[in-house]
Write a protein that binds this ligand. Structure first.
Ligand SMILES: Nc1ncnc2c1ncn2[C@@H]1O[C@@H]2COP(=O)(O)O[C@H]2[C@H]1O
Length: 214
């Protein structure tokens, strides 16, 4: 009597699993449901080993995927600089995605007075200023000042054209540099990062326009 009831319960659990939208819950309930079928198959007049084998395979597959999902959902630890980026320029990216993006970047430092970008060059990179101050000049005329958290070289990165201005360090500066081809490869692999980074670039340009208007 107990085993048919367990089998009935297992099927109800399968129904519930197919109703939930969260993948971790779906897998957890499926494991429970599949486990509940095992006594029913075992305590038949002749144990149904083939059914037991298949249910065990489903349990193992779901358990492996559930473990991977839960590991991916662990909270991530961010250092001070990462926390700052997460609350400012890269806030559209989830922390784990942001770390994935940051792993592709190299950090550079330049002294005051040093040029970072020459007008008309093929930059093939996207930069993000971490500290210091940069001035943007066209034909020697000042156009804008860039502060920590601003992207640099984003115009040529987006358009694929040559750089639109000279960019010079007003004070010692530290910045991140992503090679454009590494970002292209990441874009192809992870559309969530692509959408979030494109959103961040849009917000960056909007804030530069707003600064220019004041
Ligand atoms: N008017 C502006 N305001 C702010 N930043 C600018 C301006 N013009 C150019 N830049 C920056 O200077 C960079 C020069 O290279 P890019 O054209 O790739 O990207 C440009 C921007 O990052």
């Amino acid at each position: 009597m107990l085993t048919p009831s367990l089998f009935y319960l297992a099927n109800l659990l399968f129904c519930l699993a197919y109703m939930v939208r969260d993948m971790a819950w779906l897998r957890a309930i499926t494991i429970l449901a599949a486990t509940s079928t095992l006594p029913y198959f075992y305590f038949q007049s002749a144990p149904l080993y083939s059914a037991i084998g298949w249910q065990t395979a489903f349990i193992i597959i779901n358990a492996i995927n559930l473990t991977i999902l839960l590991l991916q959902r662990r909270p991530v630890k961010l250092d001070e600089q990462e926390q700052w980026l997460q609350s400012t320029t890269l806030r559209l990216l989830k922390p784990r995605k942001m770390l994935r993006l940051l792993r592709l970047a190299k950090t550079h430092e330049i002294p005051a007075g040093e040029p970072l970008i020459h007008q008309g060059q093929k930059l093939n990179a996207l930069l993000l200023l971490l500290s210091g101050k940069l001035s943007v000049q066209v034909e020697g005329q000042p156009r804008a000042t860039l502060k920590p958290g601003d992207f640099v070289g984003e115009m040529s990165f987006i358009s694929g054209q040559l750089t639109s201005a000279d960019v010079v360090a007003d004070e010692p500066a530290r910045y991140l540099e992503w090679p454009a081809d590494a970002l292209d490869r990441l874009y192809a692999r992870d559309s969530e990062i692509k959408d979030a980074l494109q959103g961040a670039l849009g917000m960056d340009m909007a804030s530069k326009l707003a600064r220019q208007a004041t």
